[in-house]
Design a protein around this ligand. Structure first.
Ligand SMILES: NC(=O)c1ccc[n+]([C@@H]2O[C@H](COP(=O)([O-])OP(=O)(O)OC[C@H]3O[C@@H](n4cnc5c(N)ncnc54)[C@H](O)[C@@H]3O)[C@@H](O)[C@H]2O)c1
Length: 355
């Protein structure tokens, strides 16, 4: 009988993690998934309602910084892979309260590494086939001018407490490879979009506000450029890195989809208007607000290494991906209402006061 493969997914109740769990259970029905999630405001078990009855799926509510808990999970499930999505992920929040970003994103990652090392490293050797995948971000590279792309060799130059915490975690993960030869990969992706994204991030925030005829807050002139990656393409890339990525390597994952924020907002207005016929959804809802401090101007990522080495390519272009995404939110208004209660509203009230 072949060995059962179990995967510890942290932060699996969040946006990308829940998409990844769906993807893996679909593709490898024999895999066992353990989802360790603290269920912060960004974690939502409704994202995983349809897999909650799957006998190969386990949910553990807890913090990645809890050594005893992570150790217990390793004792019971002996995961072959750890895929670390768990993080505080919102830049605006990191400006308000950096402490929790450092605790989860840096110290939490270190706890996962330490426990994995304890269980995977025996008799001077690493257990066969194990791997730790750190899900990082293109934001660790800093900001670009109008030309050029981030490659895996671009020096890290993070500007926000969020990106600084992610860059720190990347260095720690790399240090476990350099020092202990721990089998690791680091992936750095551009902005993801798709189903189950918490409506504080640009695309779902704009969809939700527009549907409620609320103003659409755009930082500064809105000409900041981001590369957009459909979340399912990202999940496929992580799977490839998990199975075939060369040990110790970093892989950039991008969608070849550079767009200005203001373009995205106008596109959402156009699509929602077409799909709902609601004429109150129009560009008069756009409100330019004071720019975010330290706001990076342009991110653009060069994914040619993963394309060449692992034969990955994004399959969902932006025009198709944004239609899929807007349709998903329209069909899942109840999900949006469920996640946008109390805490979120208070947070946004505070953010507007700060601006
Ligand atoms: N969303 C993007 O566009 C994007 C882009 C680049 C990189 N990333 C990275 O991808 C990962 C996932 O991002 P996301 O957008 O899905 O984030 P998210 O905020 O939607 O989800 C994060 C999840 O982590 C959980 N969590 C937070 N702190 C925890 C802790 N201490 N212990 C256990 N669980 C905890 C939350 O409950 C939530 O379910 C993050 O590491 C993020 O830095 C995201």
């Amino acid at each position: 009988m072949s060995e059962r493969v179990s995967v510890l997914v942290t932060g699996g109740a969040g946006f990308i993690g829940s998409n990844f769990i769906h993807y893996i259970l679909d593709r490898y029905p024999q895999y066992i998934i353990i989802n360790l999630d603290k269920l912060t405001y960004a974690g939502n078990l409704n994202n995983l309602k349809d897999v909650s009855g799957n006998s190969n799926y386990y949910f553990v509510k807890g913090d990645i910084s809890n050594y005893e808990l992570v150790n217990y999970i390793f004792e019971v499930f002996q995961p072959r892979y750890v895929v670390n999505f768990a993080a505080e992920s919102h830049v605006d929040r990191s400006i308000e309260d950096p402490g929790i970003f450092l605790r989860t994103n840096i110290l939490g990652t270190q706890v996962l590494l330490d426990v994995a090392k304890k269980h995977w490293y025996r008799a001077n050797n690493w257990r066969n086939g194990v791997k730790f995948i750190q899900i990082s971000t293109d934001e660790v590279y800093g900001s670009l001018g109008p030309e050029g792309f981030f490659t895996e060799k671009t020096p890290l130059d993070p500007h926000s407490p969020y990106s600084a915490s992610k860059a720190s975690a990347d260095f720690i993960v790399k240090s476990y490879f350099d020092t202990f030869k721990m089998p690791i990969n680091i992936t750095r992706c551009s902005n993801n979009y798709g189903p189950y994204q918490f409506p504080e991030k640009l695309i779902p925030l704009m969809i939700n506000n527009a549907l409620n005829h609320k103003e659409l807050p755009v930082y500064g002139d809105g000409k900041q450029v981001r590369d957009w990656l459909y979340v399912e393409d990202h999940c496929r890339a992580i799977d490839l890195v998990m199975q075939k990525g060369k040990l110790g390597e970093v892989y950039n994952i991008g969608g070849h989809n550079e767009k200005e924020n203001i373009y995205i907002v106008k596109k959402i207005i156009e699509l929602l208007r077409k799909m709902t016929g609601d004429v109150k959804i129009n560009e008069s809802l756009i409100k330019h607000v004071k720019d975010r401090p330290g706001h990076d101007r342009r991110y653009a990522i060069d994914p040619s290494k993963i394309e060449k080495e692992l034969h990955w390519k994004p399959e969902v272009n932006f025009d198709r991906g944004i239609v899929k995404t807007v349709s998903w939110y329209l069909n899942n208004i109840a999900w949006v209402r469920n996640v946008t209660n109390g805490e979120y509203r208070n947070y946004y009230k505070r953010m507007y006061e700060w601006r």
